[in-house]
Ligand binder design. Structure first.
Ligand SMILES: *[C@@H]1O[C@H](CO)[C@@H](O)[C@H](O)[C@H]1NC(C)=O
Ligand SMILES: *[C@@H]1O[C@H](CO)[C@@H](O)[C@H](O)[C@H]1NC(C)=O
Ligand SMILES: *[C@@H]1O[C@H](CO)[C@@H](O)[C@H](O)[C@H]1NC(C)=O
Ligand SMILES: *[C@@H]1O[C@H](CO)[C@@H](O)[C@H](O)[C@H]1NC(C)=O
Ligand SMILES: *[C@@H]1O[C@H](CO)[C@@H](O)[C@H](O)[C@H]1NC(C)=O
Ligand SMILES: *[C@@H]1O[C@H](CO)[C@@H](O)[C@H](O)[C@H]1NC(C)=O
Length: 841
């Protein structure tokens, strides 16, 4: 005993030194601090946070019904912290984005403010939309709650690029809107890399790269803390609605100064007002505790959460006298916690502990508790000061990005810089549907002088923030056609392409198709590109060429090969794409002497391609059907990352030339959806079928049609599916990698293929489901089976099919159509690609 108290004294002294060192923390100043009052012409001051800047130059303003006088706003809004932020909104009817230039990388809060009001014909409360950054889907299928109170969604993102682009994508024929945006740097160590996991107990690593959505932030036992009173403009709720009153407790408030300590929590982790209040077991009952203090929260079942407990021993008379247990989701997370031990015997030291709960109760309830320690020489006791619940792995869908002018993506930026001498960054115009619709309604002639200066049509920048929107969608809602030629800057001079391709030298040909040839080209700045030059065609072909440009320039996805520009001078029809260093997936599977790809790499490539296709199918109001999914249309960049393309491209010209000729009919035939063939009805499930065939190619590493083989083996899909149905897919796996595939991974893969190849489209999974299943295949390969994951993956793959599709656009190359099919309804042959609106069929 004697030694322990000596130790304690030593610790105490040490602690004092630490405290002295730790107290002189300078206040944190965020490097990035964007506060935007959307749709407004005026800056508004919000106490404690500063000015929310108007996001436009004064040409448009959209006010709510309630703006006649602020006091006619609903009570919920008036009583909100910043009612004035909710009086205006910006509405988008096409995908549009805000772009923020980031001064600092690392952890940031992104807060989105929504209040769905009615304005003229708009009922924002029924808007349905998606919001994503370049990397993370923040909201999908989102409709603001209709209880007429504002909603603030807060995200904690590790921003690694110099721009943050927030893209708002209306779904269906809806609109999207936003009332206010905050993008604020926070201290990088606000999120540390590791935390303890609950069930099974272990260590979670990799939190610093995670994106979180704040679900709950509670000042336990204390008052509500508003953004103005928080060190990082967070809001903290009271625990009233969450505390289960199963035991009697008392509330504590501490008046003296808190002892911030180095290595413990900082003022930025939570403000004083959180740490200086606590809830504790009531004195009378403490000797005979029969129940824990429990708080319960509604969450999304089957998600992961980072749960942070804030403690500060403001209740004890002496150190080393308070012991308690921590429960998460009904499980003991940490036993006999002694705060004094963690803060060197000092009282009133802010401290936090956090846990990762992998998969919560599917009922959607998450409970956390503090219970008495079971040590028999300590008094039953326990406190809690604050609690944060942050959802992890928030991004499920596919991101959609409307790139800002000048940097639609890095490659394009470089090329435009060189090619156009900086003349025009892509002039993407602001589309304010509000203005447009009103103009339409009023039928004002465009040329008539109006009060709205033309400057309202050009990109607008203030304080490094730019607001923009694409006008490149080919839907009926895109009314912006004249006035701003939104794709003009994608145009690349023919002379320049001549130089880049050495006058279309045959040596530079890397692929050939019915449409013409694909050349590798090097631009002046030594950027490599692929130049697809069409045979000079009919007027019809020209129209489709233009439509493809319009559609493709709106498509930006890391798993789709992007269009960099085009040239239509002198009747040319040339498309310029990013160059894919490693050629086609097909060339890595068979028919070349490239080293075999590992199983993991193959699955990763399939996942990438599935993401690209999933984005085509669901990223737009109208789904886009690729129509020519095959291993030759999946290209690999220098890191072997897959991108779906719509044209064949290979590194070795003659070889591809040959391949192309011999597979022009049969090749595509091997991928063709039998239902599509029978009924000539095209759906996105046709792509799923073709993708299933690609999956077989990937695992068997043989051509989809190989006439040199015995009759029953010629068609890969027919042959392989027989093996799969017998449960013997393992027998026909690429021999070079067969031994490396884990049986569970193989089984899941086989099942996925089988589902994709179902006879009827309705029985096939969506691309999204396929994606999930492939991710699971990868997980099984890497980690082996994990029962808790099996459940969640199954749940995910059984989500109902996407129902919000309104029609579809298709895109694909037509040059390899089977000759015996009637394509008259669909397109003419030999165009660059077909693109049509299938709504009318
Ligand atoms: C657009 O939405 C309205 C309901 O708001 C619906 O009645 C209408 O059918 C939709 N139009 C299309 C083309 O989906
Ligand atoms: C952000 O993520 C990168 C890796 O993508 C990591 O290196 C960096 O440390 C992270 N930053 C913070 C502040 O967590
Ligand atoms: C919040 O700050 C205001 C003034 O800035 C102050 O009057 C108020 O008491 C503070 N509230 C809390 C809970 O600290
Ligand atoms: C619940 O809490 C209230 C005070 O908030 C208290 O008056 C009441 O007695 C509690 N009920 C139980 C069952 O402990
Ligand atoms: C002690 O706790 C029990 C339930 O846990 C409650 O019924 C009882 O009223 C409490 N006693 C006092 C004195 O608060
Ligand atoms: C606290 O909760 C845990 C888990 O639900 C339970 O096992 C334990 O008995 C509880 N303790 C008390 C004192 O109620």
């Amino acid at each position: 005993m004697g030694t322990t108290s000596e130790q304690k004294i030593a610790l105490l002294l040490l602690g004092t030194i630490w405290v002295l060192l730790g107290t002189c923390n300078a206040e944190f100043t965020p490097a990035d601090n964007y506060l935007i009052n959307c749709g407004s012409t005026v800056d508004v001051h919000v106490p404690g946070q500063g000015f929310f800047r108007a996001d436009n130059s004064g040409s448009t303003i959209l006010k709510s019904d309630h703006n006649v006088a602020a006091n006619t706003l609903p009570d919920a809004v008036i009583s909100s912290d910043n009612p004035v932020l909710y009086q205006t909104a910006r509405i988008f009817s096409v995908p549009s984005s805000y772009s923020f230039n980031m001064k600092s990388r690392g952890r940031h809060f992104v807060r989105l403010h929504f209040f769905g009001f009615r304005y003229q014909s708009y009922d924002l409360a029924v808007a349905k939309f998606k919001v994503s950054t370049q990397d993370v889907v923040l909201l999908d299928n989102f409709t603001p709650p209709s209880n007429s109170s504002p909603l603030v969604r807060e995200y904690s993102l590790n921003i690694t690029e110099d721009k943050l682009i927030l893209t708002f994508v209306p779904l269906g024929n809806s609109t999207s809107f936003i009332n206010a945006i905050e993008v604020i740097s926070v201290p990088d160590d606000l999120i540390r890399d590791s935390a303890q996991t609950v069930n099974p107990s272990g260590q979670y690593l990799g939190l610093t790269t995670q994106s979180f959505q704040t679900f709950y932030r509670i000042n336990v036992g204390g008052r509500e803390v508003t953004a103005a009173n928080d060190t990082l403009s967070r809001s903290w709720d009271t625990d009233q609605n969450f505390f289960l009153n199963s035991t009697t407790t008392e509330l504590f408030a501490y008046q003296a100064k808190l002892n911030y300590q180095k290595g413990a929590a900082t003022k930025e982790d939570a403000p004083d007002s959180v740490y200086n209040t606590a809830r504790r077991f009531a004195v009378q009952n403490r000797t005979s505790l029969v129940s824990n203090m429990t708080w319960q929260f509604d969450v999304d079942g089957s998600s992961s959460y980072l749960i942070r407990f804030h403690f500060c021993d403001i209740v004890s008379k002496a150190a080393y006298s308070l012991y308690f247990d921590i429960y998460v989701d009904g499980r003991l997370a940490l036993e006999n916690v002694d705060l004094s031990e963690r803060v060197l015997g000092t009282l009133a030291v802010p401290y936090y502990m956090e846990f990762v709960l992998k998969s919560s109760d599917p009922s959607g309830k998450l409970s956390v508790g503090i219970g008495p320690s079971s040590l028999n020489n300590v008094a039953p006791d326990g406190i809690l000061n604050g609690l944060e619940i942050m959802k992890m792995d928030i991004s499920t869908g596919t991101v959609y990005v409307v790139w800002p002018p000048g940097t639609p993506n890095r490659k394009l930026a470089i090329i435009l810089g060189t090619v156009l001498g900086g003349v025009g960054a892509v002039s993407i115009a602001i589309i304010l549907c509000f203005v447009l619709r009103r103009k339409k309604k009023e039928k004002k002639p465009r040329r008539a002088p109006t009060s709205r200066p033309s400057s309202s049509w050009s990109p607008l920048t203030l304080n490094g923030l730019s607001f923009l929107s694409t006008g490149t969608r080919t839907t009926s809602r895109t009314t912006l056609t004249s006035g701003t030629n939104s794709d003009a800057s994608y145009r690349i001079p023919f002379a320049l392409l001549q130089v880049a391709t050495k006058h279309f030298d045959e040596q530079m040909v890397v692929g050939v198709g019915g449409f013409g040839k694909v050349y590798k080209a090097v631009l002046q700045d030594s950027t490599k590109v692929a130049v697809k030059r069409g045979n000079q065609k009919s007027h019809q072909g020209l129209r489709e060429f233009r439509t493809e440009i319009e559609l493709l320039s709106g498509l930006r996805h890391r798993h789709l090969v992007s269009l960099i520009g085009y040239c239509d001078e002198q009747n040319e029809m040339i498309l310029v794409y990013e160059y894919m260093e490693k050629g086609t997936l097909k060339s890595h599977l068979y028919g070349s002497d490239m080293p075999p790809l590992s199983w993991k790499k193959r699955v990763e490539i399939c996942i990438g391609a599935a993401r690209g296709l999933h984005y085509l199918h669901t990223g737009f109001a109208k789904s886009i059907i690729h129509r020519d999914v095959k291993s030759a249309n999946i290209l690999l960049d220098e890191n072997l990352m897959a991108k779906v393309s719509d044209f064949g491209l290979s590194k070795t010209g003659p070889e591809l030339d040959q391949t192309h000729v011999s597979t022009a009919v049969k090749g595509s035939f091997g991928y063709l959806d039998p239902e599509y063939y029978r009924r000539q009805k095209l759906t996105d499930k046709s792509d799923v079928y073709s993708f299933g065939v690609v999956l077989l190619e990937v695992i068997c590493a043989r051509p989809v049609i190989d006439p040199t083989l015995p009759r029953d083996m010629i068609n890969l899909a027919e042959w392989a599916i027989k093996w799969q149905k017998r449960g013997e897919l393992g027998q026909i796996v690429d021999q070079r990698i067969a031994g490396t595939i884990r049986p569970e991974s193989l089984r899941k893969y086989g099942e996925t293929v089988e589902k994709c190849l179902a006879d009827y489209g309705v029985d096939r999974p969506t691309m999204g489901d396929v994606l999930w299943n492939l991710e699971f295949v990868l997980q099984l390969q890497e980690a082996g089976p994990d029962v808790s994951n099996v459940d969640s993956m199954n749940q995910i793959s059984e989500l109902p099919p996407d129902t919000r599709r309104m029609g579809s656009l298709e895109i694909g190359t037509a040059d390899e159509s089977p000759t015996n099919m009637d394509y008259s309804q669909m397109s003419t042959n030999d165009a660059f690609s077909q693109l049509m609106n299938t709504e009318g069929r």
